[in-house]
Unconditional design. Structure first.
Length: 369
């Protein structure tokens, strides 16, 4: 269906990343006609203006990994079969994207069409390919079946924070129909995991928490299932009373503390800069690269020039130069969105959202001339 040739190295230093997602091939998915997107072992950034499908690509890759991880974590995991995967993939895609029917994810045009998806991994045993048509409702056709499941659960961070939503959210989702994307529920499950103790605790301690860096505080879950922020000299503060930007940092700190973002994991983060001031964005940029350095494969969607520049500065000057990075520019064309790729921001063509920020800076400087 798509080429399996991957450009660039497939290993992170001396550590083989067998579960690393290396390429995603798509045909007729929402706003895309046919694209093959290569991913790097560490940082992968999707850049584009609104409506170019950044979040759609995050959700697609996340859904494939999440289904595999969920099946692999069952007490007695079943061997992958086409009948199992075709139902589970379709169910996950519908719950993550929230269309009226699975077929609504096929690129809109006259007549019927078929969406094709192929995911390549460093470990060829995880290779997965499937498709579904405009009229599909609850099943996909599996063309390539993985021989094993992914070990580590991916984490998906939406643009909004989740700590104030957490109390009883998972249990309500299990018994009620809610108009929330299932990424919310999945991330809340990870938030509720106990903090790492024992041999892994030292590794967690070495990875800086963004909340502790910003405020010197930490987040904890009380026995009633509510999160609080603890700051020396201030005591415990209810999460709804904490600024939203700090709650986003606290969420990442909690996932670090539980070990969900360690050991060759996956992080999907939609607009990490949303509702953050520039000082906090700088902390987020450093946290993202620290996670990459700890063998987490990170996927971001953003149109923030400030965040991109901050990561670029760190990659050039602050000891992160060994990280392998990939940048994908999503460009609106006449009837679809195309993808331009490179290993740095300089390798992709001009993005409208970024050009507008640069143009505003030029107009501001011209006022006093």
């Amino acid at each position: 269906m798509f080429s399996t040739e991957i450009e660039g190295p497939r290993v992170s230093g001396d550590i083989e990343k067998k579960a690393m997602l290396t390429e995603l091939g798509i045909k007729n998915l929402t706003v895309f006609q046919e694209e093959s997107i290569r991913f790097r072992p560490h940082l992968n950034v999707l850049i584009g203006e609104n409506g170019t499908g950044k979040t759609h690509l995050l959700k697609l890759a996340y859904s494939i990994l999440a289904v595999s991880a969920e099946e692999g974590r069952k007490p007695v995991p079943e061997t992958p079969t086409k009948s199992l995967l075709q139902t589970r993939l379709a169910d996950k895609l519908v719950k993550v994207f929230r269309p009226d029917a699975l077929g609504r994810l096929v690129r809109r045009r006259q007549g019927r069409a078929r969406c094709e998806v192929e995911a390549f991994f460093e470990d060829e045993g995880l290779h997965t390919a499937f498709s579904f048509a405009t009229q599909s409702k609850s099943e996909v056709a599996v063309e390539a079946l993985p021989s094993r499941w992914v070990e580590n659960a991916p984490a998906f961070l939406p643009a909004r924070e989740l700590l104030t939503l957490y109390p009883n959210f998972v249990s309500i989702c299990e018994g009620r129909y809610l108009e929330f994307e299932e990424t919310y529920r999945d991330t809340c499950v990870l938030l509720g995991a106990p903090a790492v103790r024992g041999p892994g605790e030292e590794r967690v301690r070495k990875l800086p928490s963004p909340l502790e860096e910003a405020m010197g505080g930490s987040v904890f879950l009380d026995k009633n299932g509510r999160f609080y922020m603890k700051v020396p000299g201030m005591g415990a503060m209810e999460m709804p009373l904490v600024a939203e930007g700090l709650r986003k940092l606290a969420l990442v700190g909690r996932l670090i503390a539980t070990g969900s973002l360690l050991d060759r994991g996956f992080l999907f983060w939609d607009e990490p800069d949303a509702n953050l001031n520039p000082r906090l964005v700088r902390i987020v940029a450093r946290t993202i690269l620290d996670l990459c350095r700890n063998d987490v494969q990170v996927f971001l969607a953003t149109h923030s020039l400030f965040l991109l520049r901050e990561m670029d500065i760190l990659l050039r000057t602050d000891g992160y130069g060994g990280l392998e990075t990939g940048f994908c520019g999503l460009i609106k064309e006449e009837d679809a969105v195309s993808v331009q790729q490179g290993s740095s921001l300089d390798d992709i063509p001009a993005i409208v959202a970024l050009d507008e920020e640069l143009e505003q800076s030029d107009r501001f400087l011209e006022i006093d001339r």
